[in-house]
Design a protein around this ligand. Structure first.
Ligand code: NAD
Length: 357
């Protein structure tokens, strides 16, 4: 089996590629533009493998994408490349429209041409899998869960661009018969996450004794999933998912942002205790909320459990412990990831707030 993974130098893509090279005999081609979020150091483990190849290509580059697909003749494409940070989408939506919508369209068109020229057996076997987010469903109140049938209601430029790409993928199935699969997953955490997202920011700032920013009152709820469990779900959907179907993936680990911060501070306290009379929790600082901040996300993952037998292996406590331990042991990765790219400045405030701040 030959697979193309787009966005394989990112957080989830690199976990997926490490698993695929470690646990399958498949040949994996990583197509990644290496934006600020892409880091080939996350793939050090697979570099020596003859079954791993890297192509530094932008998914919006139709000529290069057509060349790649024709040269490698994949049996599947797993599409993860995206601009993925909500705060950045507030500051600059253009790259989100470009990569997430136009890039997905470009990939779909090149894939359709390649797929339509395959023989019957290869055409039936081929899969295009789109990796998406639960944020396309909008925001929940205190109760309820997102099911695969929940109407789309995206609120941020990021989630609107992912919703658009989901619709394109569905349309390419419905109109052209392209064999697609879509997964919508809740918030991921784990090793190799770029240190601008909530969990690595908390760990990084705590270790540097810098204020730990909590948006608003810290009451927003997310449903957390350990990244290795997400990657396992993606593999299962690829192998057993029904063509044209959507699968929600989530860990049933609902936590307010403040609970997440407390859990990490307490975990750090055990693994690397603060000097006496100090506590990591003292660093918590409430800051102005994100504009349009969705209040609550929570996933009903019963379909992927029932139909494909997926189960997460980590609960929140074990996953957080592993994550904190990893960031403690991999300081060099964090410093390289951040070098010259992002210095912890506040992102995603509107212009008036930024001028005032
Ligand atoms: P990430 O930001 O860590 O990685 C994205 C990768 O895509 C990077 O390696 C980057 O270089 C690459 N990329 C960006 N633009 C590109 C382009 N134009 N051409 C080629 N490569 C490009 O993101 P992530 O957190 O690993 O998320 C991966 C996918 O999973 C995204 O599609 C995201 O929407 C989705 N997702 C993420 C989460 C989460 O919690 N992180 C949850 C659900 C779904």
């Amino acid at each position: 089996m030959r697979i193309i993974v787009t966005g394989g130098a990112g957080f989830i893509g690199s976990e997926l590629i490490r698993q695929l090279v470690r646990e399958t005999p498949w040949h994996v081609v990583n197509v990644d533009k290496l934006t600020y979020a892409g880091n080939t150091a996350s793939l050090a483990e697979v570099l020596p493998s003859e079954r791993y190849e890297f192509e530094k290509v932008d998914i919006c580059d139709a000529v290069q994408i057509r060349r790649l697909i024709h040269n490698y003749k994949p049996q599947a494409i797993l599409h993860l490349a995206a601009e993925s940070h909500v705060d950045r989408s507030i500051d600059g939506p253009a790259t989100f429209i470009e990569t997430n919508i136009v890039g997905t369209y470009t990939l779909l068109e090149a894939t359709r041409k390649y797929w339509s020229e395959l023989d019957n057996h290869e055409r039936n076997r081929f899969r295009f899998q789109h990796i998406s987010t639960d944020e396309v469903y909008g925001s929940l109140g205190e109760t309820g869960l997102f099911a695969e049938t929940t109407p789309y209601s995206p609120n941020s430029p990021y989630s609107a661009s992912k919703a658009s790409s989901d619709h394109l993928v569905r349309a390419w199935h419905h109109t052209y018969g392209l064999p697609v699969l879509i997964t919508n997953c809740s918030n991921n955490y784990g090793p190799y996450q770029y240190p601008e997202k909530l969990i690595p920011v908390i760990i990084e700032n705590a270790l540097k004794r810098k204020p730990i920013p909590v948006y608003g009152q810290g009451s927003n709820v997310r449903d957390w999933l350990y990244v290795a469990d997400h990657a396992r779900a993606l593999r299962l959907v690829l192998e057993k998912g029904a063509v044209g179907e959507t699968y929600n993936v989530g860990g049933q680990n609902e936590r307010t942002n403040l609970q997440v911060v407390h859990t990490i501070c307490d975990c750090l306290e055990k693994l690397r205790p603060c000097a006496s009379n100090n506590s990591y929790r003292d660093l918590i600082t409430f800051v102005k909320d994100r504009p349009g901040h969705d209040q609550r996300y929570a996933i009903d993952a019963s379909k992927i459990k029932r139909e494909l037998g997926w189960r997460p292996l980590e609960d929140f406590a074990s996953g957080i412990r592993k994550t904190v331990q990893w960031y403690l042991e991999n300081r060099a990765w964090c410093e390289t990831a951040l070098a010259g790219k992002y210095q912890g400045e506040r992102l995603g405030l509107d212009i008036t707030d930024r001028k005032a701040g």
